[in-house]
Design a protein around this ligand. Structure first.
Ligand code: TRP
Ligand code: SF4
Length: 331
């Protein structure tokens, strides 16, 4: 056996729905870069999943697919370590999903946190009122099962999705005498990045984002807009870093030493918010400008080629697995 075959598999996807921003980078991509060091990673564009909420914006999804690949590559996802592919390029995923749908009582899908949110939120996006969105976790279960995924990196709020996947896979295994692994959630240590407006999450639909591809000038401009401690009365009065979005960014992008320094100076009214933001700018530029510069050297054609290669690699593994499963099902 080669070493690759001994490694446990991680499976993770992102829905290509708009611009890639620092929320994606901090919450997902950085984590993938760590995981690719020790696991066999299957990283994919969940474009069928994108369709559940953006079925009337196909051009946007297609554009995002390329942007996401560009961002992944520029950030350091390594095609020699991870397999990058596109969900819709490999139809066998949907075939397994169809079988999974037949094994899933609606009650299980009802437990999906995203569906529950949609049901209980009277301001929810009406577009989500569709069976594709309702059965989102079942397709996700097929994504995982078809590559025999062992680990799924998720945030706390997504754990129920993995639990639904485990149950569907267990039922499938029992019924068809297969031995698909039951996947486990890998809780991510990386934090959620707040929006520049101080909202809990960065989100394109709110418009409080910093793109992964900002140049030096536009990055500093965005940083200058990040919300500070609104209770602080000016430079002369002490601020509270725990009530400050700028400081939450320091915690993500600045070294511990600088964070401590800023914390002390702010509480002691010895640092203006403007200076604090220039310090943050320095930390962020150090990490992010190499990425945006690299992204400008990656053409659309490069992205499509990488994706094509990955689709072939993943496709081979997935088609083979589907053939095995199909035989077991006897269909
Ligand atoms: N739910 C993920 C998201 O919202 C995308 C996704 C689809 C996924 N299938 C997956 C993630 C399987 C992990 C495993 O971005
Ligand atoms: Fe926030 Fe920095 Fe201003 Fe303190 S000095 S309130 S941490 S921006």
């Amino acid at each position: 056996m080669t070493q690759e075959q001994n490694k446990e598999r991680v499976l993770s996807g992102m829905r290509p729905t708009g611009a890639l921003h620092l929320g994606h980078y901090v919450g997902v991509i950085k984590n993938w870069i760590e995981l690719q060091k020790s696991y066999e990673c299957f990283l994919f564009l969940a474009d069928w999943h994108a369709l559940t909420s953006n079925f009337d914006e196909i051009d946007m999804i297609k554009k995002s697919r390329i942007e996401y690949i560009r961002g992944w590559l520029a950030s350091g996802i390594d095609v020699d370590k991870a397999i990058i592919y596109c969900q819709s390029a490999i139809p066998e995923i949907l075939m397994l999903s169809q079988v999974f749908l037949c094994l899933t009582p609606p009650g299980w899908a009802d437990r999906s946190p995203s569906w529950k949110d949609f049901q209980s939120n009277s301001n929810a996006n009406n577009k989500l009122d569709n069976l594709g969105f309702y059965t989102y976790p079942i397709l996700q279960a097929a994504d995982i099962a078809i590559v025999r995924g062992n680990w799924v990196p998720v945030g706390e709020d997504q754990v129920p999705h993995v639990e639904i996947a485990r149950e569907v896979i267990r039922k499938f295994n029992r019924l068809y005498k297969t031995n698909l692994p039951e996947p486990a959630p890998k809780l991510t240590a990386t934090s959620k990045l707040a929006g520049i407006d101080g909202a809990l999450k960065m989100s394109s639909s709110i418009g409080n984002v910093i793109s992964l591809f900002e140049d030096e000038k536009s990055l500093q401009k965005k940083i200058n807009k990040i919300k500070t401690d609104d209770k602080r009365q000016g430079v002369e009065s002490p601020g509270d870093p725990n009530n400050c979005t700028v400081f939450s960014y320091h915690k993500v992008f600045s070294k511990a030493e600088l964070c401590n320094e800023v914390d002390g100076l702010c509480r002691g009214a010895k640092l203006s918010c403007g200076e604090c933001k220039s310090k943050l700018g320095k930390s962020m530029k150090e990490e992010l400008l190499p990425i945006s510069e690299k992204s400008r050297q990656i053409s659309d054609k490069d992205c499509l080629e990488v994706l094509h290669e990955g689709n072939l690699k993943a496709g081979k593994i997935i088609k083979n697995e589907w053939n095995n499963l199909k035989e077991k099902i006897g269909f």
